[in-house]
Design a protein around this ligand. Structure first.
Ligand SMILES: C[S@@+](CC[C@H](N)C(=O)[O-])C[C@H]1O[C@@H](n2cnc3c(N)ncnc32)[C@H](O)[C@@H]1O
Length: 301
């Protein structure tokens, strides 16, 4: 499946200039481990923070939260609108849905989806992120159907079995330490027929797979980060019991992680990839997987 609307990277020069200005603003308050360096000079990629366990992971994202956790990869509103369009296109949220956002961060996806769903629960391992999400919720009228709680997606201890219609995970799965445990938890809490939607970087992206390694540039914010390609992700979903797995490429340009010139080259590759239908040039992997619906009872004779 392909998505029609391209995001900011192929937009007019005036918009790109604004996005570049935004990036400059963000870079001043950049999250720890994500500092940009002078173009080309001593650039060796992103600074990688060592992570041994979920305490380190939580501490990293708490430090990100302390800076406000601003969007790093482009114009915040445009990227948010693009990601929401992907959710709507692949996972089709319904007015009766209870939606769980795993690794919700500042909660912006759920806050935007709230008017379209019955109820939303955002969970994040970082208390700092949950504080930011709750602060946003307090200043967003008409979002009484949402709540945000600290929690680990590997366990989902406070979420009842078969209580969720749609679980979403955006820009977080690659950071989660035990991916099998996360998928098992999601499968447990989904209702029969429920679906899991995920947006992640694609491990087969030419930038991650070939160009950055050739240049010797690091691409991981956390030493524990692990990206998956389509086949690996599908296999894990299958092992967790999901059926009917759909996937599609999406435009993900890691603008916050590379000098502007490289980001612009990646945007050109993305445009070529969209035309040539070459997923390896696109950067992002979108997946939606279904938990099997209850088998229908045979009618009594
Ligand atoms: C890059 S942020 C993305 C946040 C948000 N989804 C967004 O798109 O803006 C990744 C988030 O995943 C959270 N996270 C990582 N591992 C987690 C886990 N095992 N359980 C819950 N949250 C986790 C982090 O605390 C962080 O807030």
């Amino acid at each position: 499946m392909r998505f029609a609307k391209p995001p900011a990277d192929v937009m007019p020069r005036s918009v790109r200039r604004r996005a570049a200005a935004d990036l400059e603003t963000f870079s001043r308050g950049r999250a720890p481990g994500t500092q940009r360096r002078a173009p080309w000079s001593s650039f060796r990629g992103v600074a990688t923070t060592p992570v041994a366990d979920s305490t380190d992971l939580q501490a990293f994202f708490d430090r990100c939260a302390a800076t406000g956790s601003a969007e790093q990869h482009g114009h915040p509103q445009r990227l948010l609108a693009y990601r929401l369009a992907l959710v709507r296109s692949l996972a089709r949220p319904r007015p009766s849905d209870v939606v769980l956002d795993l690794g919700c961060g500042t909660g912006h996806h759920l806050l935007a989806l709230a008017p379209e769903i019955e109820r939303g629960i955002g969970i994040d391992v970082s208390p700092g992120m949950i504080e930011l999400a709750r602060a946003r919720l307090r200043s967003a009228p008409g979002r009484a159907n949402l709540n945000f709680e600290t929690g680990n997606a590997e366990e989902l201890t406070d979420i009842a079995d078969q209580s969720i219609d749609l679980a979403i995970c955006i820009g977080a799965f690659e950071h989660m330490l035990d991916k099998r445990a996360v998928l098992a938890s999601i499968h447990r809490v989904l209702k029969p027929g429920g679906r899991f939607f995920c947006l992640a970087p694609d491990a087969d992206y030419v930038w991650y797979r070939t160009i950055a390694p050739l240049l010797g540039w690091s691409t991981r914010h956390l030493s524990s980060d692990r990206m998956l390609n389509r086949a690996e992700f599908s296999a894990l979903l299958d092992q967790a019991g999901f059926r009917h797995i759909q996937s599609a490429p999406w435009t993900f340009i890691p603008r916050g992680d590379v000098p502007a010139l490289v980001a612009n080259l990646l945007a050109v590759l993305d445009a070529v990839g969209r035309l040539a239908r070459s997923d390896a040039l696109r950067g992002g992997l979108a997946l939606c997987a279904w938990k099997q619906a209850k088998p229908t009872q045979p009618k009594p004779a």
